[in-house]
Design a protein around this ligand. Structure first.
Ligand code: GUN
Length: 276
């Protein structure tokens, strides 16, 4: 049967949703077998609507698998010291399994200071230098690709974007999986980007620009593309960094794609933290 583009999109959305659902069932059973459930501390500062939506998602996921999530909400004018002092208190509190401070925080609070303060064994986001855990977005992506049968060894992987929380850790993970990894970024020339993408077996795009990869790119029909972008379009809807329905083997949808995988990886990091 020949699928039309909209049914292809629906099919892939279902695939990630089904995978996440299955994994959550597995985690839920594991939590139920523990003598005490992991506890996630979520620290928020101010009222950024996007952050509030992400935090709602994290709390919902936690509740679904039996993990306790407690949120401390600071107002916009809280001092950096007040936030750091709560982190230090929770670092020393054995009843707290993992701590995350939802980013971004207001400018007068340093993300660097926050990351330096969270204890590496409680940094379930995987942001801190020397964290015991893998950054959630790259971990979520690699686990999903592996579960879906992507054979990493010897494949040409192209990562677009070099951020500390996606591009760089993604490239390192793919290298560990024996891919040939190329990292492209905002200063890469367009003709070079086209040349690298033409030979890519796996493309991970995290640039933050709607339709950055469009139908004018020549891609391998066997390529897989993972879209990390979440861009609010002029139509008010969320769009990825790649145009939907590219003529390739697999493309993750936005929304309903990498966001779900990132949230799942957070639950997995928490389970790991609890077992340590
Ligand atoms: N802001 C956007 N994504 C994230 C995330 O994964 N973790 C935290 N702490 N803040 C975020």
């Amino acid at each position: 049967m020949k699928l039309n583009p909209s049914s292809v999109r629906l099919k892939l959305t279902m695939e990630i949703k089904e995978y996440v659902l299955q994994e959550k069932e597995r985690i839920k059973a594991e939590v139920a077998s523990m003598s005490e459930a992991p506890v996630l501390s979520i620290i928020t500062v101010g009222h950024n609507p996007a952050s509030e939506s992400y935090v709602r998602g994290k709390k919902k996921d936690s509740a679904e698998v039996g993990i306790t999530a407690i949120q401390t909400q600071f107002e916009e004018d809280v001092t950096e010291e007040e936030v750091l002092s709560l982190i230090r208190k929770q670092n020393a509190d054995p009843s707290i399994t993992g701590i995350l401070v939802q980013l971004p925080v207001p400018k007068h609070i340093s993300e660097k200071h926050i990351n330096e303060t969270i204890a590496p064994e409680k940094d379930v986001d995987g942001f801190v230098l020397g964290s015991k855990y893998i950054c959630c977005t790259p971990k979520g992506i690699v686990d999903y690709l592996a579960a879906d049968g992507f054979d990493f060894t010897g494949k040409n992987a192209v990562v677009l974007g070099r951020s500390d929380i996606v591009g760089k850790p993604m490239a390192r993970l793919l290298l560990n999986k024996n891919c040939n990894v190329t990292v492209l970024h905002s200063k890469t020339k367009e003709e070079d980007r086209r040349m690298y993408l033409k030979n890519a077996d796996l493309i991970v795009v995290a640039i933050g620009k709607e339709a950055f990869i469009d139908h004018t790119y020549e891609l391998k029909p066997t390529a897989w593309l993972v879209d990390v972008g979440i861009n609010k379009g002029e139509d008010g809807h969320l769009h990825g960094d790649a145009e939907p329905n590219l003529p390739i083997a697999k493309q993750t949808p936005v929304p309903g794609g990498v966001g779900l995988l990132t949230r799942l990886a957070l639950l997995k990091n928490l389970m790991e933290a609890k077992k340590q």
